[in-house]
Write a protein that binds this ligand. Structure first.
Ligand SMILES: [Zn+2]
Length: 263
């Protein structure tokens, strides 16, 4: 067993040169807004095959399903969703002061609270209504993966980590791994901000992906009870060493609910 991890250590050392390369690729990707993540359960969904609108209940006060703006002041939009610098920007950028509180927009579960060279410190929330929201360039996380949050709960502090030219919140709305224009749901300039209590996702909302499947670079898996790195590696047909490397793991044992990057 010891030898196995020694070999892994040598393997990691050999890869460190490659990693520097990967990091710069990643920063590049964020600059172009193409950086993607996807959870394993999303793989089968292709917007192009959507034939009927998907109903999403955004809030329902009677059922105590609430919403909140991600920042106390959301009026300073510094960059919009869409083409930018010749490529696609998958979120909107909202100006803030470093340290400004960032809030969960709906109730949900923290799927990821981590660091990556493009997004910097970022958080992905999975909401009960089926949407996911992503908050990037944070100076600090205030939640951990696996934790549940309520709308309006403090999840982090704003900043300029990762590929960022100044303090701002990069905010994304996603459905099953595919980005949606946040302005379909939020109007951050108005006093109320939510356009409606309900939202219908339609095929044309994904037209920025064109007719092709988007480059979906990152794949994540949520470990089930008793699952090991070897088991997950076999499931996804990748090497255990690769999973250990991507997640900086030193041991075979995992905790149920732990989020692992597969590729
Ligand atoms: Zn951005």
């Amino acid at each position: 067993m010891k030898e196995k991890w020694l070999l892994l250590g040598l393997y990691l050392a050999a890869l460190s040169g490659l990693r520097a390369q990967a990091a710069s690729d990643s920063a590049q990707a964020c600059a172009t807004g193409n950086l993607n993540y996807v959870f394993a359960e999303h793989q089968a969904f292709l917007p192009a095959t959507l034939s009927e609108p998907i109903y999403i209940e955004l809030y329902n006060v009677a059922k105590n399903k609430l919403w909140a703006p991600p920042l106390q002041d959301t009026r300073l939009k510094t960059s919009g969703f869409g083409m930018r610098w010749g490529t696609f920007h998958h979120g909107i950028d909202l100006g803030l002061r470093t340290g400004a509180p960032v809030f969960a927009v709906f109730d949900g579960l923290v799927k990821l609270a981590t660091y990556e060279s493009g997004y910097g410190n970022y958080i992905i929330l999975r909401h009960d209504n089926g949407l996911e929201t992503l908050y990037a360039h944070l100076s600090r996380h205030r939640v951990r993966a696996g934790q549940t949050v309520k709308a309006g709960q403090l999840i982090g502090l704003g900043g300029s980590t990762g590929f960022s030219t100044g303090p701002h919140l990069h905010f994304e709305v996603r459905y099953r791994g595919y980005t949606l224009h946040p302005a379909l749901i939020f109007d951050f300039k108005s006093s109320h901000q939510m356009r409606s209590d309900k939202f219908f996702i339609k095929p044309h909302h994904f037209r920025h992906y064109g007719n092709t499947t988007p480059a979906r670079g990152y794949l994540y898996h949520e470990a089930g009870p008793g699952e090991t790195i070897s088991y997950i590696a076999q499931k996804y047909q990748v090497s255990p060493q690769e999973i250990a490397r991507l997640n900086r793991l030193q041991q075979e044992q995992l905790q149920a609910g732990q989020i692992l990057r597969i590729r």
